[in-house]
Write a protein that binds this ligand. Structure first.
Ligand code: E4P
Length: 212
């Protein structure tokens, strides 16, 4: 499973740039980065080898397509994030036909994910955390999408998004999701376990007792 970092902060990306497989941004994350938008995207794309998702803000297909063409010119690794909806799906079909990769975002149901795949999206982003926040089952959605995609041999890759904790990442991996996009705080936790720290401490203490 590939791990993307869900941030637009250059400082946070720098910490993991050699370990992660890509980046996802959204308007909220870009607002937090507090830098001129195109400048921030260019800087991120230059740092990261993998795909960098950048979201359009137009609400009609035509507007999304022209925004996407402009964003795609920033760097070769830009992936256009398109909000789910009929206009979004029209835009995905047109952009993928032009060779511009898309990531259908704000997906909360298997039917929406089916449309994303039928339109030929490169990626789909189901938001598991926001579903769990409302007492739903985000991971159940992932397993349903995986089954639907397997049934028809769809090539669209699933990015498990809106990740809140390590268990989301582990469950995504157990289900066989292609990618999880994780906030930096969760990315850090993926490496750690208290028994690892305790084990290192004990081994180092014992090493001091080894005759040399
Ligand atoms: C994914 O592409 C989104 O940027 C992100 O995962 C949204 O997460 P949130 O629900 O924590 O805002």
């Amino acid at each position: 499973m590939r791990i993307f970092l869900d941030t637009a902060s250059v400082e946070e990306i720098r910490e993991f740039v050699d370990l992660i497989d890509g980046i996802t941004t959204n308007p909220t994350l870009l607002a937090q980065a507090a830098k001129p938008f195109r400048e921030a995207i260019k800087e991120i794309c230059d740092m990261v080898e993998g795909p960098v998702s950048v979201e359009v803000t137009a609400l009609d297909a035509e507007g999304m397509i022209s925004e996407a063409r402009e964003l795609a010119r920033i760097a070769d690794n830009v992936v256009i994030k398109i909000p789910m909806g009929t206009e979004g799906i029209r835009a995905v079909r047109a952009l993928e036909a032009e060779g511009i990769p898309t990531n259908v975002t704000l997906v909360f149901s298997p039917a929406q994910a089916l449309w994303a795949a039928k339109a030929g999206a490169s990626y789909v982003s189901p938001f598991v955390g926001r579903i769990d926040d409302r007492a739903g089952d985000g991971m159940e959605l992932i397993s349903q999408i995986l089954l639907i995609y397997e049934n028809y041999g769809f090539k669209t890759e699933i990015i498990v998004a809106s990740v809140r904790h390590v268990r989301h990442v582990v469950e995504a991996a157990l289900l066989g999701a292609h990618i999880a996009t994780v906030p930096p705080a969760v990315a850090k936790k993926l490496f750690h376990h208290p028994l690892t720290d305790e084990g290192i401490k004990r081994f180092l203490a014992d090493w001091e007792k080894v005759p040399r």
